[in-house]
Design a protein around this ligand. Structure first.
Ligand SMILES: [Zn+2]
Ligand SMILES: [Zn+2]
Length: 191
């Protein structure tokens, strides 16, 4: 095999550096360079869960970036772990921006849509950030409420959900609209 391809674990729980390396393909002996460091292979840091795949002929670069974009977007839209969804969102934005670095010819030969459409997708993704984060808040809230249903007392259930909402609120990622949304959840919804 002549190439190594970086594989982050694609669950939204890898750090932003590992996520950015997803799909990076290099000749076996070349180092991966990220944030001023160069490494031949994972781990990038303590606790890194990335791995390498070895391939004779990796998919074209735009295709690898597109696949990473799609995977991270689904984490952003589907994970019931709020922080994983946020990481997925940022990684999806990163790979969509990277796709815009390719020419229409390069994108077309990989079977992808053109730069103008991708730019529209990026604008929509950025514009929908509040809604995407609110969706992640609802999923995390529903999961914890569901898990807390086995607790005996209303006070216990309420405390479990409040802890989650406090944890989410401590995130630096939230807009005023997200914070308002969390307030409406914690005040309005009976458990
Ligand atoms: Zn990492
Ligand atoms: Zn890693």
């Amino acid at each position: 095999m002549s190439y190594k391809v970086w594989s982050s674990c694609m669950d939204g729980c890898s750090c932003s550096l590992c996520a950015k390396l997803e799909g990076a393909a290099l000749p076996i002996d070349d180092p991966f360079v990220i944030a001023g460091r160069s490494v031949q292979a994972p781990p990038l840091h303590n606790g890194c869960r990335c791995s390498l795949m070895y391939q004779e002929k990796p998919a074209p670069a735009p295709m690898r970036a597109f696949e990473a974009f799609i995977s991270f977007l689904s984490i952003a839209n589907e994970s019931d772990d709020f922080f994983a969804a946020v990481n997925g969102y940022h990684a999806a934005v990163f790979f969509l921006r990277r796709l815009l670095d390719f020419s229409d010819a390069e994108l077309g030969s990989a079977g992808l849509k053109g730069r103008r459409e991708l730019a529209d997708d990026l604008a929509a993704l950025v514009a929908n950030r509040d809604a995407i984060f609110n969706g992640a808040i609802v999923r995390a809230h529903d999961r914890v409420s569901h898990d807390a249903a086995s607790l005996k007392t209303e006070r216990g259930r309420r405390a479990r959900v409040d802890r989650l909402l406090q944890l989410i609120t401590s995130s630096q990622e939230l807009s005023p609209a997200n914070l308002q949304f969390i307030r409406s959840i914690s005040e309005g919804v009976p458990i």
